[in-house]
Design a protein around this ligand. Structure first.
Ligand code: MSP
Length: 583
């Protein structure tokens, strides 16, 4: 079997383990980014940040970018009356802007219109061709421009009234297309792809593995991998045949290789991807075509696909016609970008669609980030309780008293003791909502402990037993904040960095292994604790982490359906209008 023939590549396993290559899908530049796009990127980013935190010796590499060829892009640029190259530049820049603001820490941002990518596509094509996997044939079928794919009759819906046909899955119209294309022998890879899909933890969540296996239970037809250049000219020419251009999905998938420098052998240092994050709508392309293309080219397919579901808005699919597309930049004005990141990861679950509702966002951000996390930091830093602005060390007797005689103290210790292990398990499966649950539960325990220990009844200052008990309460509370801050770094890099800055935790002490250092995990039963030494808080940093959001009249699901070019044009129209009025 071909799959086993390339198994020898796995002998390079030692090198693989030292690299962890992660990708997002590359984003179409037909319209500005919305929260669904940001979601794919945030998942991949949080995954990579966790990997870096947990496995500091592994080289983690995250690649993202924009998918810029094809009829869809051609048409979008034409509709906005902007040259297609310029249109791509503008929308691609919008993606980079949003990702910068959202702290997507990518190592490479690739655009399919770059020369390095075109060379990689050309090489890959030659590879498929020289191995006999490409042939030329007349092809006809229903083509969906929006989805950039041919569809079979069973994938279509016929509108009886108009006679028009639509994609069942996406709802977009299709058109009858007859042309001569280059075909890829997908049918020959049915068994290999099925074998690949069935490997342990290959496709996650399992629900999507089942969907793929269902698809693979039917015979796979060969797939057309080129289009006539006179119909789709905004694309990469087929090598040695200028009458044809490369099918956009083959072009797009190869970005994962071109970003690593393929065909230069240096790409092998990171190949294959450890995890590819994709939305459920592009499962077939990544779970059937992609492994087949790679196997045909003699390359190893990815080790894991992490598939996520979609965001709806107030229960409805996001669409320009419904004017409910949530623009991340607008949403961040109200929730902050960290708040938006947190909400997406906290509320989204991979296996089913999530609903983006303003009411829910307010409730979660206010209760978890403002009231539970932010408020606890303000209380522990209050001048009345902490006049010298210290992150103190606990006192032996008071610590054991608080742990033995105060139920809330015991519960806090228990929550913090399990924090690292539980969160690690959840992060490993990209279950960010469970990481948040676990950290917020620990912070609830810390708030509850603070309430029950009543530090405000104790007098601060000096070395009286009262003052020592107060210091111990503050120390335990700050430990809880510090540990939760470390754990939540992948989900909210900026907010947690402000938290850890305020607590004056050195950068070198913010990694996963430092979760083992706290009063809750004593080095030996005889010692006080294992946490940081008593030190000053950083007075330059604010103790205000997340400001409560107050309800506004306007909903944040403010849309940006205009392209930058379009808004420039309406601006210049406005300018023209006002100068006309003036004259
Ligand atoms: N260009 C292709 C991917 C090529 S990868 C070789 C594409 N682009 S896209 O811009 O349409 O989508 C990019 C990602 O955004 C996909 O993972 C897709 O699932 C995701 N989302 C688009 N709409 C979404 C929601 N409403 N909710 C969540 N994710 C969504 O497909």
């Amino acid at each position: 079997m071909l799959f086993s023939k390339i198994r020898h590549l796995q002998l390079l396993g030692v090198r693989y383990r030292s690299s962890h290559y992660v990708t997002t899908p590359i984003f179409y530049v037909n319209a500005a980014p919305h929260i669904g796009h940001l979601y794919s990127a945030v998942i991949a980013d949080a995954h990579c940040r966790y990997q870096r935190l947990r496995y500091p010796d592994t080289e983690v590499r995250l690649c993202t970018g924009t998918d810029e060829h094809g009829t869809k892009i051609q048409q979008a640029a034409a509709a906005h009356e902007v040259p297609v190259g310029q249109y791509c530049d503008e929308i691609s820049a919008l993606y980079r802007g949003v990702f910068k603001e959202a702290r997507i820490e990518y190592d490479d941002f690739i655009r399919t219109t770059e020369q390095r990518h075109k060379s990689a596509v050309s090489d890959f094509w030659h590879r498929l061709q020289s191995r006999g996997h490409i042939y030329s044939a007349a092809y006809s079928g229903w083509y969906c421009v929006s989805d950039e794919t041919f569809l079979t009759d069973s994938q279509l819906r016929l509108d009886e009234a108009s006679g028009a046909r639509y994609s069942l899955e996406s709802g977009h119209p299709v058109e009858w297309t007859e042309e001569t294309n280059y075909m890829f022998r997908l049918s020959q890879f049915q068994d290999d792809v099925r074998h690949w899909v069935k490997q342990e933890a290959r496709i996650r969540p399992v629900k999507f593995e089942k969907i793929l296996l269902d698809t693979l239970s039917e015979p796979l037809p060969d797939v057309s991998i080129s289009r006539p250049a006179n119909r789709v000219h905004w694309a990469i020419p087929v090598p040695n045949d200028e009458t044809q251009t490369v099918y956009v999905w083959l072009d797009a998938l190869i970005n994962y290789l071109s970003s690593l420098g393929y065909p230069n052998e240096q790409y092998l240092a990171h190949w294959p991807p450890a995890q590819q994050v994709i939305g459920k709508d592009i499962l077939k392309f990544h779970g059937v075509y992609w492994p087949a293309f790679l196997l045909a080219a003699g390359l190893e397919p990815p080790r894991q696909l992490h598939v996520h579901s979609h965001w709806t808005v107030d229960g409805q699919k996001m669409s320009k016609s419904k004017h409910n597309v949530v623009d991340p930049v607008e949403a961040a004005k109200q929730y902050t970008m960290e708040g938006l990141r947190y909400f997406l990861l906290r509320e989204g679950v991979a296996h089913s669609d999530g609903n983006f509702s303003h009411v829910k966002a307010l409730r979660i951000l206010n209760s978890e980030l403002a009231d539970t996390l932010g408020n606890l930091l303000s209380r522990a830093c209050a001048k009345s309780l902490n006049p010298h602005q210290m992150y103190p060390e606990p006192h032996v007797e008071h610590l054991s008293q608080l742990l033995q005689h105060l139920d809330a103290g015991k519960r806090l210790q228990e929550a913090l003791f399990h924090l690292a292990g539980r969160c690690e398990q959840h992060y490993e499966g990209n279950h960010f909502h469970l990481v948040a649950d676990t950290a917020i539960a620990a912070l609830h325990a810390a708030n509850n402990f603070f309430e029950c220990a009543k530090p405000w009844e104790l007098k601060a200052g000096g070395s009286s037993p009262n003052a020592q008990r107060l210091q111990t309460i503050i120390a335990m509370t700050m430990d809880a904040l510090r540990l939760c801050g470390i754990v939540l770094q992948p989900m909210m890099p900026q907010l947690t960095s402000r938290l850890l800055d305020k607590l004056n935790v050195p950068i070198a002490q913010r990694s996963w292994r430092h979760l083992g250092e706290s009063f809750a995990t004593p080095a030996t039963p005889a010692t006080v604790g294992n946490g940081p030494e008593s030190h000053q808080l950083d007075e330059q940093s604010s103790a205000l982490l997340f400001q409560r959001i107050v309800e506004q009249q306007d909903k944040p699901t403010e849309q940006r359906t205009q392209s930058p070019a379009q808004s420039k044009r309406s601006k210049s129209k406005r300018e023209r209008k006002s100068s006309a009025t003036m004259s």
